[in-house]
Write a protein that binds this ligand. Sequence first.
Ligand code: F6P
Length: 355
Amino acid sequence: MKTKIGVLSAGGDCPGINSAIHWLVISALDKDLVPIRGMMFDILGLVDGFKGLAEMKPDKKESIKRWTMPLNADIVRTWDRYGGTRLGTSRINPFDSRKDKSDQIIKNIKKLGLEALVVIGGFDSLGVAYKLYKEGVKVIGIPKTIDRDLSETEYTLGFDSAVNIITQDIDRLRITAGSHSRIFIVETMGRRAGWLALEGGEASGAAIILIPEHDFDMERVIELLRIQKKAGKRYSIVLVSEAAKPRGMEAVHERRGRDSFGNHYLGGIGGFIAGEVEKRMTGEVRYVALRHLQRGGVPSAYDRRMGRKFGIAAIDMIVNDDFGRMVSLKHGEIMSVPLKKALERLRLVDVDQVL
Ligand code: F6P
């Protein structure tokens, strides 16, 4: 008898998800491991995350075809080297009280005959996974988010690729900034944590880094830019996280509204800072929001390797009946941690530790 496993990606896409799916499938279907594990698996890819699970009608052939993708080694052969998610994703909260889809999802998991569900997600999607676990679904989590803000793991898929993109884009901007003697305000993603701006800024040598964990003083930013100018710098790069906030002011967002998890739509603080700098200093200022460029492209070597480790570990956890837990990297070792613990708080930058 084969154990049927469903796998889905939910929330924002990122490089490394496909690598995790690739290695999860390769490991699960490795015939040489059958005698050691005493188990055989069937892997069903679930299309478009929780949206697919909520909308599918498992009694209808067409619907199954639309929302599922049986996976094997041939199908996933080249997936490890591609960014995004070949299974598709969505950002819906099935437990949203206004349109609760959780019962439908649980029924569909049963109708599909899934004995385990692997959810590749960030804070919000793994929160959904944990709620499903509490409702009796045998869930395993794989951490992914370019924000790297999940607790109980030192790594989430996508972060390294995103930091590389930020670094490369700033290298590009330096050239034009230097040619024109301009100040560039560059906005990174990072819904709640400043890791992307901090490590992207450290890697690229940005003059000023602004993160959500520490409200910034606009006067001080201007002062630092003036010091740079006085020191003869032709240009300056200010890196600001989309969730960074000016001290004593409301957060600045270009777009109103929230998603189904209650998160504000972010973006726009870079434009605000550029406007303030322009008002108070002579010289030209430009604003670039990197936005979804940070989630695009191919996975870095590190994300491919971590996708491999996380995907294989997820299957090992199923073999060991390690449900309700998330794959994790701690002190360089792959292990598993309770989802409950990983979701208790976010992993934020400790500003007192930043030198
Ligand atoms: O996945 C995390 C993230 O990239 C955040 O950094 C960002 O605020 C958000 O997703 C953007 O979400 P969306 O893709 O729905 O615009």
